[in-house]
Design a protein around this ligand. Sequence first.
Ligand SMILES: Cc1cc2nc3c(=O)[nH]c(=O)nc-3n(C[C@H](O)[C@H](O)[C@H](O)COP(=O)(O)OP(=O)(O)OC[C@H]3O[C@@H](n4cnc5c(N)ncnc54)[C@H](O)[C@@H]3O)c2cc1C
Length: 300
Amino acid sequence: MEFIQPGSWTKALAAQAEMPAAVPLAGGTDVMVELNFGARRPPALIDLTRISELRQWGIDGNQVRLGAGVTYSQVIAKLADLLPGLALAARTVGSPQIRNRGTIGGNLGTASPAGDAHPPLLAGGAEVEIASAIGTRIVPIDEFFTGPKRNALEPGELIAAVRIPLPSGPEQFSKIGTRNAMVIAVAAFSLALRPDRHEVGTGIGSAGPTPMRAWQAERFLATALAEAGLWESRAQVPDAVAAEFGRLVAAAADPIDDVRGTAAYRRHCLSVMARRTLAWAWQDYQHAKPTSSASHDSAG
Ligand SMILES: Cc1cc2nc3c(=O)[nH]c(=O)nc-3n(C[C@H](O)[C@H](O)[C@H](O)COP(=O)(O)OP(=O)(O)OC[C@H]3O[C@@H](n4cnc5c(N)ncnc54)[C@H](O)[C@@H]3O)c2cc1C
């Protein structure tokens, strides 16, 4: 097996174009497991770890642009203020070693329905910046996951970055597992409130063939909050609204029975997590000072 170590992004794209069957390698926390178990035997690996721009992040207009090689540890240490939902999810990933090596781009590359970065990226309305030797294209995150462990990447393409709109309100994440750490989610849920646009974002993990949004639940909650004037008053969300939101989130999922849990349990988890994340996010919203926009330093 050939091991290619391009020193620049242009060289990485050229190598991927020349050998589309080569497997890109970021942190290797998924790729090395597959190689060690003999699940994959690619003709070549393209090591992306020498490409410094993949580890950069910054604010670009009204979006945070996260290079594909940004790790969970970086998100937790540097981006918790800017991307609170993603940082909460990152804290639940694996162990410190996995968080130090594992990248957001690698999570997207694997496209597991259980990938923990996916629910907050869905809830936050992210876009994936995909590059090849011939150009760049942007794919909305809800069109990126095309099936179980399948994504919208075409041969010769690499993930350059993920672009996430600057949050205008609280974000929350919740994950159910069989223990507290080093666990694949039985089900996960992320919620983003966008008071500036009176919108709600959701992301469901581990409860369908792909990570997904609960579209109907989003519309229901946004409308219920608007009709009761709650975006402005910040008064308590009625229990009936929270319960219906939970029901709609559970109904949006498409779970299966497997070794980690039954479909019925996953739906139950989702309805509970939806209500809880709404309660936490609404509490954050009630306690937050109404501000126009925050300013943040960008770094890499
Ligand atoms: C012990 C252990 C615990 C784990 N716990 C969790 C967990 O709790 N939650 C969770 O979500 N995941 C978990 N994982 C899975 C893994 O750590 C994550 O999916 C991680 O984000 C993968 O990132 P990576 O940089 O290591 O990817 P890699 O293994 O390097 O790559 C993963 C896939 O993405 C592709 N890829 C990488 N970068 C790019 C790019 N720029 N462009 C195109 N394709 C690319 C690779 O070719 C490969 O197909 C765990 C893994 C292990 C071994």
